[in-house]
Design a protein around this ligand. Sequence first.
Ligand code: G3H
Ligand code: 13P
Ligand code: NA
Ligand code: ZN
Length: 311
Amino acid sequence: MYVNTKDILEKASKEYYAVPAFNINNMEFFHAILEGAIEKRAPLIIETSEGAIKYAGNGDIHKGAKYFVELVRLFADSVDIPIALHLDHGKHFEYIIAAIKAGYSSVMIDASEEPFEENMKKTKEIVKIAHAAGVSVEAELGQLAGIEDNVSAAENVLVDPEQAKIFVEETGVDFLAPAIGTSHGAFKFKGEAKLDFERLQKVKKLTGIPLVLHGASSVLPEYVKLAEEYGADLGGAKGVPEEELKKCVQFGINKVNTDTDLRIAFIAGMRKFLKENPKEFDPRHYLGAGKKLVKEVVMNRLEFLGCAGKA
Ligand code: G3H
Ligand code: 13P
Ligand code: NA
Ligand code: ZN
């Protein structure tokens, strides 16, 4: 069934497990994720970036937002696991409004690059509009950046727990993404992964709401290796190891944003298939090969983040 993201995340927060939020751009990734969640009996959050919405609408953001709501609802309504659709990194008012109007379950207002007061003001405004439509809201504090190089510079970009408390109280936001040292994409750390768990624990204690980890892909070496074996160049790729993610969950993370891991699995599967089947040109077959590996990654995440069997 199609649900409000809040229903999924408040249960996760109470019971100290996390639900991955998987980014999609197209049908194949959605099918892979859906199959994995059904098999694992897990609650599911699908998310789309502004870029994904524009892409799906072939340039028309209202059509793009509607496309994803229709796609997700069509399948969600006929299965008995809870499924939510979330707008990831809403930076422009028009995308946030398009998502709310189309029927998204939740939206993220990402004004984290702006001064604290401005971030608070914008978030408050979106919360008012979204809540009136029964849509829940995620906001972000601090900026995504690796912290291994220069700790003192990083201090200013990581979340300030005292500010987080004020922010949550003032804005009435439903979920918060605290920056604790991760970054987006396939190249997160030069050396060891370093996350600020102490800061995370403080934010959880002071806010008490569901927390979100962005830039949470693990960049699994086996899939990177497979992709490279078939021609990809991903030298230096590094993510957040699964053990570190488990610690994040223990310390209060409930939504684990995952895009890069799916992209790498998909390209590995597709490259291998195309190389091994040079006579093939049916898109269902080469996209299907990518889909198969995406599903593997999805099922693994649902398991180790603790949400398998929770639906
Ligand atoms: O956080 C960003 C997501 O990974 C999606 O990014 O669709 O803008 O490439 P994109
Ligand atoms: P990754 O690039 O680590 O998959 O992060 C995705 C994300 O944070 C989407 O909001
Ligand atoms: Na998000
Ligand atoms: Zn993100």
